[in-house]
Design a protein around this ligand. Sequence first.
Ligand SMILES: Nc1ncnc2c1ncn2[C@@H]1O[C@H](COP(=O)(O)OP(=O)(O)O)[C@@H](O)[C@H]1O
Ligand SMILES: [Mg+2]
Length: 431
Amino acid sequence: NGGVGLSVTPIRVEQLNLSSILANFSPDMLTTHNWGRFKAALSVHKKKTGEQHALDFSWSCWKAKHFESEADLMLYVCLGVFFCYSVPDPAAARSVQSDDSGDAEKVYHECQQDGPVSFEDCIPPEQMKRCSKIGEGTFGEVFSTVNGSGQTVALKIIPVEGSQKVNGEPQKTFGEILHEIIISKELSSLDSNENNRTSGFIGLHCVRGCYPSALLKAWDKFDQEKESENDRPDFFGQEQLFVILEFEFGGSDLENMKGKLSSMAQARSVLHQVTAALAVAEQALCFEHRDLHWGNILVKTTKEKHNHFILNGSVYSVQTRGVHVNIIDYSLSRLEIGVFLTPLFMGQGDYQFEIYRLMKKENNNCWGEYNPHSNVLWLHYLVDKLLTMKYKTKVQSSQQKALKSSLRSFQSEILSYGSATEALLRCRLFQ
Ligand SMILES: Nc1ncnc2c1ncn2[C@@H]1O[C@H](COP(=O)(O)OP(=O)(O)O)[C@@H](O)[C@H]1O
Ligand SMILES: [Mg+2]
């Protein structure tokens, strides 16, 4: 019937009313906001079952109506590809609505809550007292504490749905936040294979209310010590909603610990562990991180001599040299940047911003397609950072010098690999 097989999630099309979404869908709808909503309307996030179905509709008719150029069409097809790694979840399909209340419902469902609770109910006084601010991003503040199970956790607190700007940006919507929730869960579920190197996702909460004074106190302490770039979050009213993502505490980010890696041997281990984490996620999820600057690589000390991971069924071992590495922050992973967030490409002064431009050049601005070479670009960036960082011990011994020169060789060969997987399996540095 002239239908075309797009890799769109095959859920109960009638219930989703996908055809009506598609009928009203055009490239100029692709603002971040609408994209978040469109994606959330289709959001399903259980692990794939392996089967992919096709969605039939009158393709040529629809194409002519909505796309002026092949480029626009390609962009749309890219969006379709994204849904390859989503799968039907009948529960989600039943509650799917394409409006904001539907997105909110999905977030509450993920939180296993009926609606928002108070900060006090979410973070009991004992835990609240122990909160200290450990990091920040444009969209939120990150605090560490010890949770009810005695585990040290990182709480990423993100204001959502409000009309006040935060740190100069509009607040995220529930729809937009679903993206990060879904990817965090997917990557975290690789944990069951014991080969995961991302900070484990522990839970999700939604709260309503003003920012608690204990958190503001922790915020001020961080500001005094490290100078925050964010607005002091004291201006929120009683009605303000926050999503709180709870992660296993992953360590300090590389940007913060300038000079605290002890040696080149640790640097090599960092590089090896990041490459392995990317390779595993590439193989399992066709994953691209797309924003792996040094603020998103966490390092903590470990007593384990080796970390193990499984790639395509084979067990590999990496020497830790006393450090365990986690990668975090999936807010741009896979296809959220590019046409959607062009300001990202205007940054200057660090190789990091060049990487965004290189990714765009390499994929012709088509962000839906899987291009694992973007992970390789970030590895090139990482080795550059590791080579210019300060270390506790100066590179003096002949052994340290030899390691440094092997990192330099890695730097000159890495770009020729197609993916982190290929780099992991072929690079001399890791053999
Ligand atoms: N699981 C974690 N463990 C330890 N620190 C974390 C964790 N998650 C985030 N952080 C700290 O908070 C900072 C901001 O978190 P991130 O997820 O990168 O937010 P954003 O998306 O706003 O950049 C990170 O650079 C890091 O310093
Ligand atoms: Mg970040």
